[in-house]
Design a binder for this molecule. Structure first.
Ligand code: IPM
Ligand code: MN
Length: 330
């Protein structure tokens, strides 16, 4: 059995608590991992100014995956950790797919997946100030959309849809964003020709917000840009049992670089250190990591155990012990 080299960033707040449970469950599944811990995040930045050194990124390139809890701490100005750590990771390693699955509770348990483009759009950082701090100040924040960037996210989403229920929805705002929306729509229509068996649909993002709440059963796979995907996946978490259950994979499907797996939620400093956070999102993210590393059976066992206990109550460690127990007995 292969040993997987995992770089671990517990991070801030509840991050280390939920990652500890994720690792506990991975061990219970009998998967062989070799861990390297990295002390990074808001607290580290406040302590010595370190955010994400290039040498660390180089070390990560020699790992198989990166497992992140949550980063961000009170007292750090907005953008420092987000851009300097998380987005730097996504951009430098070219983790162009952000895959976020959702399972709706209740009979039938409908599931759907959002594929969020992860390296472009308004996140790219284009823009700046003119006449800053004057009454005539101007701020622009551009949206960068390359044909290649849109197309590779769209193609991944079509491939995924063809292995599922064969339905893919493009979400954008083509009625207003007539440049970027047009590029996305044309890329979508072109790639669709290679997938004649996948049924396609289009929703404006505002309408998609209504459907997420009132009719999520219409979705199988959704593909969308970086910012729409960010917002929609918080909504996805909210309508599928809460953000404490929402997992995510930041992936380079070409495997040129290690992919990164993290819960959608943040560091929740208000409940940090109280053994209160729900570790399910982190555990499910760990399962996505194992699946990507070729450990399909272990991943399926962990996912099934979590899905059977989405209502679990108790402390962080109690829920982790529960899932680990189910997985071990599998
Ligand atoms: C997410 C987060 C990040 C994002 C932040 C922390 C930069 O909200 O992963 O959804 O906006 O992508
Ligand atoms: Mn987000």
């Amino acid at each position: 059995m292969a040993t997987h080299k995992i770089a671990v960033v517990g991070g801030d707040g509840i991050g280390p608590e939920v990652i500890a449970e994720g690792l506990k469950v991975i061990e219970a599944a009998g998967v062989d991992v070799q861990l390297t811990n990295y002390d990074l995040g808001g607290a580290r930045y406040l302590a010595d100014g370190t955010i994400l050194p290039d040498e660390t990124l180089d070390e990560w390139r020699h790992h198989d995956a990166i497992y992140v809890g949550a980063v961000g701490a009170p007292g750090v100005p907005p953008g420092v950790i987000e851009r300097g750590l998380l987005l730097k990771m996504r951009f430098e390693l070219d983790l162009y797919i952000n895959r976020r699955p959702f399972l709706l509770k209740g009979p039938g348990g409908h599931d759907f997946v959002v594929i969020r483009e992860n390296t472009e759009g308004t996140y790219a950082g284009e823009g700046g100030f003119l006449r800053k701090n004057t009454p005539h100040e101007i701020a622009t924040q551009g949206s960068v959309n390359t044909r290649r960037g849109a197309e590779r996210a769209i193609r991944y989403a079509f491939e995924l849809a063809s292995t599922r229920r064969g339905h893919l929805t493009l979400v954008h705002k083509t009625n207003v964003l007539t440049f970027s929306g047009d590029l996305w729509q044309r890329a979508f229509d072109d790639v669709a020709k290679d997938f004649p068996d996948v049924e396609t649909d289009y929703n404006h993002v505002d309408a998609a917000c209504i459907y997420f709440v009132q009719d999520p059963q219409r979705y199988d796979v959704i593909v969308t840009d970086n910012l729409f995907g960010d917002i929609l996946t918080d909504l996805g978490g909210a309508v599928s049992g809460g953000i404490g259950l929402a997992s995510s994979a930041n992936m380079d499907p070409t495997r040129s670089a290690p992919s990164m797996f993290e819960p959608v939620h943040g560091s929740a400093p208000d409940i940090a250190g109280q053994n209160k956070a729900n570790p399910i999102a982190a555990i499910l993210s760990g399962a996505m990591m194992l699946d990507f590393l070729g450990e399909a059976d272990a991943a399926a066992a962990i996912t099934a155990a979590c899905n059977a206990h989405l209502d679990a109550t108790g402390s962080t460690t109690e829920i982790g012990d529960l899932i680990a127990g189910v997985v071990r007995g599998h």
